[in-house]
Write a protein that binds this ligand. Structure first.
Ligand SMILES: Nc1nc2c(ncn2[C@@H]2O[C@H](COP(=O)(O)OP(=O)(O)OP(=O)(O)O)[C@@H](O)[C@H]2O)c(=O)[nH]1
Ligand SMILES: Nc1nc2c(ncn2[C@@H]2O[C@H](COP(=O)(O)OP(=O)(O)OP(=O)(O)O)[C@@H](O)[C@H]2O)c(=O)[nH]1
Length: 462
């Protein structure tokens, strides 16, 4: 930049157009940036983006800990996901960064693992490296803050992480970032992620507050005698999944080790339990939130549900312990659900009993329904003819004497369905909710959250 050592301009200055290229954006492979706080992730991301900071996912409250950007290098597009922004917590830092790495491994096509090149590898870095080595995604090891060649020899030590060659860069000045991106593109899959989606069983998270019967249900689903496959006792970051045959399909219940090892649920493990819940949801495509039908719905139930929705995963609500539910309780539960579960009125519900095995096969149907909605794409043409009609019937409310016009819409993504409305002005949240309700009525999005964002288009001066 300011005449420092070999400044590199890392970004092609081509600006991606809005709607016409939406498909390309979709197909772009995903690169997750993982690393401890303060190692220079954000600086590196900004360097790669040329400080354009094109926020793709700008819906507040939806992606608290992940921000995705469109990036372009040598004519190839990819989506860069900055997984930073954790509040470091003295006791939990290692676990948090590890969980973040686990998510990256399950959700990204490649990982940029960022280590402070001057500090060297810390305990946390070693733990993360272990997680990344176990995953199947290519990892590019980045040693940051190498502002000039004097520091370069220090980075050799990072070979010890077992992730191959460390790539020294200076996010601040750009040094080495071009080479890094070349290496990254080499390991990135050419094919869009879509092609990968059809391999393997679909991933399910079984979550819920303590004592709702998660272990019991899992045991029912897998058979009580199924041996615990995890051999590393006492670790909290090992994701161990269970394969479950249900309704003629095999499902991968993710991160179920904690459910099997009761010993881990001793006192003081609440923090880890919540971390696990978050990691399982992130790793899954659909979450079954288990509720205790015999008891009142609680705040904690609501929180778990909100976590699933905020993470953008498909959702199934399962009321467990149905063997304890009599007519009175059933009526009461109906009222509670109407009041407390209105926000997820779109989620399929099944009433099960882990104890008796009642209706557990019905879970399969609900899982399929939710996942189909989660995957659903409405072609742009159809979406727009529908939208024209909806807007004509009920135009957006005027603000300051003017009514914003809705120009067109596109479904920018699936899993979950994300829609972008292009408008001439601000659209109130109420109107967005109205559009969501109509979308649900007309296109059946049972079981999936929907995101709607609005882009205000500049006038073209005519
Ligand atoms: N000298 C030097 N300092 C850097 C470099 N990259 C980052 N830093 C500094 O390191 C500090 C942390 O950088 P960030 O990019 O915010 O680190 P981060 O990993 O995103 O941190 P979190 O937001 O906590 O995840 C800042 O003070 C940066 O200015 C670099 O290449 N050289
Ligand atoms: N009557 C009845 N009891 C059940 C049922 N499912 C689980 N329970 C009981 O509820 C209690 C909690 O079940 P768990 O399977 O340990 O619940 P959990 O959600 O795994 O609990 P944590 O490990 O604390 O998170 C146990 O006493 C179970 O026997 C059910 O369908 N009917």
């Amino acid at each position: 930049m300011e005449g420092m050592s070999e400044p590199e301009d890392v970004v092609d200055r081509e600006t991606p157009g809005a709607a016409a290229e939406e498909e390309d954006v979709l197909a772009a492979p995903v690169v997750a940036v993982v690393g401890r706080p303060n190692v220079g992730k954000s600086t590196l991301v900004n360097r790669i983006l040329g400080r354009r900071e094109a926020v793709v996912q700008d819906v507040p409250g939806v992606t608290r800990d992940r921000i995705a950007y469109d990036a372009l290098w040598n004519g190839r597009r990819f989506t860069l996901v900055d997984t930073g922004g954790w509040e470091p917590d003295a006791s939990g830092l290692q676990a948090m960064v590890s969980a973040q790495a686990e998510r990256a491994v399950t959700t990204a096509d490649a990982v940029l693992f960022v280590v402070d090149g001057r500090t060297g590898a810390t305990e946390t870095d070693l733990t993360v490296a272990r997680t990344l080595r176990r995953g199947s995604r290519p990892v590019v090891l980045v040693a940051t803050k190498i502002d000039d060649e004097r520091f370069e020899p220090d980075t050799a030590e990072l070979w010890s992480l077992g992730l191959g060659e460390p790539h020294p860069v200076s996010g601040l000045h750009g040094r080495g970032s071009g080479d890094l991106l070349d290496v990254l593109l080499d390991v990135l899959p050419e094919a869009p992620r879509e092609t990968e989606r059809h391999g393997g069983p679909r991933r399910v998270a079984l979550v819920g507050r303590p004592n709702v019967g998660k272990s019991s249900l899992l045991n029912k689903l897998t058979g009580e005698d199924r041996s615990v496959v995890d051999s590393v006792a006492g670790t909290t970051v090992d994701p161990v999944d269970s394969l479950v045959d249900l309704g003629g399909d095999t499902w991968r219940f993710v991160d179920t080790a904690g459910l099997r090892r009761r010993v881990n649920q001793a006192s003081g493990m609440e923090y880890y339990a919540s971390l696990r819940t978050a990691a399982a949801i992130e790793a899954a495509e659909v979450a079954v939130v288990l509720l205790d039908a015999a008891e009142r719905l609680t705040e904690q139930d609501q929180r778990v549900i909100a976590e699933v929705v905020d993470a953008g995963r498909a959702l199934v609500l399962a009321f467990n312990k149905w063997d304890l539910v009599d007519d009175d309780r059933r009526e009461q539960l109906g009222r509670e659900a109407e009041r407390d579960l209105a926000r997820v009125g779109w989620a399929p519900r099944v009433n099960v009993s882990a104890r008796t095995g009642r209706a557990v096969e019905k879970l399969a149907g609900a899982l399929h329904t939710s996942l189909e909605s989660w995957d659903r794409r409405i072609p742009t043409g159809r979406l727009n003819s529908w939208l024209t009609e909806v807007v004509a019937q009920t135009p957006p409310p005027a603000r300051g004497g003017r009514s914003p016009r809705v120009l067109f819409a596109t479904q920018a993504d699936t899993r979950p369905p994300r829609f972008v409305l292009f408008t001439t002005g601000f659209l109130e949240a109420g109107y967005r909710r109205f559009v969501e309700r109509r979308l649900r009525e007309d296109f059946d999005f049972t079981g999936t959250p929907i995101e709607i964002s609005v882009r205000v288009r500049e006038k073209r001066g005519r």
